[in-house]
Design a protein around this ligand. Structure first.
Ligand SMILES: CC(C)(COP(=O)(O)OP(=O)(O)OC[C@H]1O[C@@H](n2cnc3c(N)ncnc32)[C@H](O)[C@@H]1OP(=O)(O)O)[C@@H](O)C(=O)NCCC(=O)NCCS
Length: 152
């Protein structure tokens, strides 16, 4: 795979329902095993108490992150983060994570990640996430989820 040229100007912008088709494509490419159904994609783009951001390069959505705010628990969950393959390893995922964390108005953020997803786990550990739990057999194919948490 030949990586795309790094974006001369990467923009991190709020996402909305107009991004549904681009998000559908990104989900299928980034999560071949776990892609969300259409209803969940519509929800993440429209429900209240969700921070939703897209990374845009030359007018194209190349990355997306969403976090779900649970004020009563003093906690937000990163529900999804993905970057199109030929734009990876250029800092886009880190930029999305940083921008999302900045907008979370509570003190803790959590996420679940496949135990085998070393690329994502490295990214989170570098950004001060720590492992706080395991959900055995959480994914549909039986793989465990690691639960990671960061104090903001
Ligand atoms: C996980 C994911 C979002 C990371 O996105 P990304 O844009 O590649 O992330 P970054 O570029 O910020 O960081 C990834 C690596 O690239 C490196 N990198 C960043 N900028 C770089 C640059 N300019 N040149 C070279 N390497 C660079 C980082 O150091 C990092 O490597 P490390 O983790 O070994 O330290 C992406 O791999 C993805 O979409 N995966 C599929 C979906 C997925 O698994 N999501 C997570 C579910 S929990």
């Amino acid at each position: 795979m030949v990586a795309a040229e790094p974006c001369s100007q990467l923009e991190i912008e709020p996402a909305n329902w107009r991004d549904l088709n681009a998000l559908k494509h990104l989900e299928r490419v980034c999560f071949p095993q776990d892609a969300w159904p259409l209803w969940d994609l519509m929800g993440v783009l429209t429900f209240p108490n969700v921070v939703r951001l897209k990374a845009v390069c030359d007018g194209e959505m190349i990355g997306f992150i969403a976090s779900d705010l649970r004020r009563s628990e003093g906690l937000a969950w990163i529900a999804t983060i993905g970057v199109l393959p030929d734009h990876r390893e250029q800092g886009v995922g880190s930029a999305l994570l940083h921008a999302c964390e900045e907008l979370i108005p509570v003190g803790r953020v959590r996420l679940s990640v496949r135990a085998s997803n070393q690329t994502a786990i490295r990214l989170y550990f570098r950004r001060d996430y720590q492992r706080v739990g395991v959900w055995p057999g959480y994914y549909t194919d039986g793989e465990d989820a690691f639960i990671l948490e960061k104090n903001l």
